[in-house]
Design a binder for this molecule. Structure first.
Ligand SMILES: [Cu+2]
Length: 119
């Protein structure tokens, strides 16, 4: 019984791996048609990852996982993006359509900084 369970488990793992391989290829194909997204989590007074590199056309979605409010405000010359005050679990999406480096901070806690590099 034990043996047949573990063989079934291995078969499932093998199938899963094969499935992942196919899924990976098709997600690359899709990425060329549709813009993809990337996530930045806000937690414990920091942006994670603090530096994120994405391709042009990527939507970056910030999510406030902290239990206090934060904002996401770009500090580049053009002030490219500015979120409202995000409460816990609120999200701020922004689509980057131009290559460049976009530093940003939390306007409530200016020591919280991060950047998005679009290339
Ligand atoms: Cu903050």
């Amino acid at each position: 019984m034990r043996r047949s369970v573990s063989i079934a488990g291995l078969a499932l793992i093998a199938l899963g791996a094969a499935g992942l391989g196919v899924g990976h290829k098709s997600s690359i194909a899709r990425a060329q048609d549709k813009p993809s997204s990337a996530e930045v989590k806000i937690d414990n007074f920091s942006f994670g990852p603090a530096s994120l590199t994405v391709a042009v056309g990527t939507t970056v979605i910030w999510t406030n996982r902290d239990d206090i409010p934060h904002t996401v405000v770009s500090t580049d010359d053009a002030k490219t993006f500015k979120s409202k005050v995000l409460d816990t679990d609120e999200k701020f999406p922004f689509a980057f359509t131009k290559a460049g480096t976009y530093p940003y901070f939390c306007s409530i806690h200016p020591k919280m900084t991060g950047k998005v590099i679009v290339q």
